[in-house]
Design a protein around this ligand. Structure first.
Ligand code: BG6
Length: 496
């Protein structure tokens, strides 16, 4: 199944995303012969660059970030020949007419049949201008060739702005043309959640409130905000990681089996989960959500800056770099089962994992099994790194008596030595080229996710009595986040 001939038009082509992710990912597709015969990339940006300059810059990006290292110089040069650049001021409506001319010229030269994918890799304040101006030039018109629009995150800033953005986009493109990207959906291990759940007879019968005690989802990073302080100040962990990536994982863990593995059915089920999230009222936020901010510390003997000392961050910033939430899904399958989710920067390690904690046996027969009963029978789904699945269960300690200990049944993707794990952008770009939106968010689901986080955002903004807890960089966030998991013997898992 090969995509149709087309041009990938990247708005914001002089930025980091294009350099580190997009152009290297398309190179990976090219390297596996997954691109159509006739294909071009048109980079658009305000920086004045010639095609030659753009290609030289992208070559460096490919060498550093492509998964398939370009060892064949000819092949790399053939790919670079497909890259073109056009200096363009996105904000200026008059320039879209020039863009139309450029696209017509390139389309004729390359034989790409008037099929265009527009990728908005610009700051989000451009998201309303670009679709409108494209439409004004009839560049969203599909009467001759497809026109698809990829929208990068952040999709809105809160519920109101997300609704407004959806409305605006739908004035100029229809829902089938819009691809709202969340790179977590492009991760192989995230997609594998569907396979783990729905292709194994042993898990699904237990996958409900009768057998599951609680679910824990962690998205931990061991880096700070780096040079993204300016962006992050207006975002914070809740907007940056939880509203999109972590809630998506909640959706995939909690969804009902779709009737078919296709865009409509999968996206319907995810949206249903988001609609079933129990709203947290503004006045209850302190009980269900914790926020924190990393402070200066020493990691392995080296001094590390606190968030407030980072470039572009206010000295009295209250932006959270850590957030933990306890949530419930009010439906038949999950009634009463708490989901604990947390994400933070400058934690001890980089790990994203989902832990399904099964209920213990109703009666404890063995001497010490009560003391560890809450720690065994966990299914750990490791999204990254060291991708894999781990099942923990109790076994007899050899020797006298009946002592129980925890053991692991462990699968690592790395054990499949010849397996190539495509990058998230590679997978998602290919899907868009094929016209498959299964792994892209639908507008209603994005709004439902915002609806859930909105009261938390509001309470954190308005209620100065809700503390922003400091936590030393390199630790697992504020200690009070343990209090979210109230019951005895239950704690967060601290993966190393
Ligand atoms: C991005 C966030 O969406 O996801 C970043 O803006 C974060 O702040 C990144 O670092 C994490 O992605 P991954 O794939 O490294 O888990």
């Amino acid at each position: 199944n090969q995509p149709k001939n087309h041009i990938l038009v990247i708005f914001g082509a002089s930025g980091d995303l294009t350099y580190r992710k997009l152009v290297p990912a398309v190179f990976d597709l090219y390297n596996q012969n997954l691109l159509p015969d006739k294909f071009a990339i048109l980079g658009l940006g305000r920086t004045d660059l010639s095609d030659v300059d753009f290609r030289a810059k992208m070559k460096a990006g490919i060498q550093q970030f492509a998964l398939n290292k370009p060892d064949d110089e000819n092949k790399l040069n053939n790919y670079l020949e497909k890259l073109h650049y056009f200096s363009f001021d996105t904000k200026d409506p008059d320039e879209y007419c020039l863009l139309k001319g450029k696209l017509r010229e390139l389309d004729e030269a390359c034989g790409t049949d008037n099929n265009f994918i527009y990728y908005m890799a610009t700051p989000p304040n451009m998201y309303e201008i670009i679709p409108e101006q494209l439409a004004k030039q009839a560049l969203s018109d599909e009467s001759a060739g497809f026109k698809r629009l990829i929208v990068e995150k952040p999709f809105g800033y809160d519920l109101e702005t997300a609704q407004k953005l959806n409305k605006e986009l739908l004035k100029y493109f229809n829902e089938e043309q819009i691809y709202r990207i969340d790179h977590y959906l492009g991760k192989e291990t995230v997609q594998n959640l569907l396979v783990t759940r729905f292709s194994n007879g042993i898990f699904e019968p237990l996958w409900n409130r009768n057998y599951i005690h609680h679910v824990e989802i962690t998205g931990a990073e061991n880096i700070g905000v780096g040079n993204r302080g300016g962006y992050y100040e207006g975002s914070g962990a809740l907007r940056d990681m939880i509203q999109n990536h972590l809630l998506l994982l909640v959706g995939l863990v909690a969804m009902e089996p779709p009737t078919l593995i296709d865009s409509t059915n999968i996206r319907n089920e995810i949206a249903k989960v988001f609609h079933s999230l129990r709203p947290i009222k503004e006045e209850e936020v302190a009980k269900y959500a914790i926020r924190g901010q990393y402070t200066a510390s020493h990691i392995k003997g080296e001094a590390v800056k606190g968030y407030r000392e980072e470039q572009g961050v206010a000295a009295d910033s209250r932006t959270e770099t850590f957030a933990a939430i306890k949530l419930f899904i009010d439906n038949w399958r999950w009634a009463g089962v708490p989901f604990y989710i947390r994400s933070g920067k400058m934690l001890p390690t980089r790990v994203t994992e989902i832990v399904i904690h099964f209920k213990s046996t109703p009666h404890h027969l063995f001497a010490n099994d009560a003391s560890i009963c809450n720690n065994y029978n966990q299914l750990v789904i490791r999204i990254q790194p060291d991708e894999g699945v781990l099942l923990k269960f109790g076994m007899k300690v050899p020797g006298a008596g009946f002592k129980v200990q925890n053991v692991n049944m462990d699968f690592h993707y790395s054990d499949l030595s010849d397996t190539y794990l495509p990058s998230a952008y590679e997978r998602l770009l290919l899907d868009c080229m094929l016209g498959d939106s299964t792994l892209y968010h639908r507008g209603d689901a994005v709004e439902a996710a915002w609806k859930f986080v909105d009261p938390i955002l509001k309470a954190w903004k308005n209620d100065k009595n809700i503390p922003v807890h400091g936590y030393p960089a390199g630790t697992w966030g504020p200690e009070v986040s343990d209090e979210l998991i109230e019951e005895n013997d239950i704690t967060w898992r601290y993966p190393c």
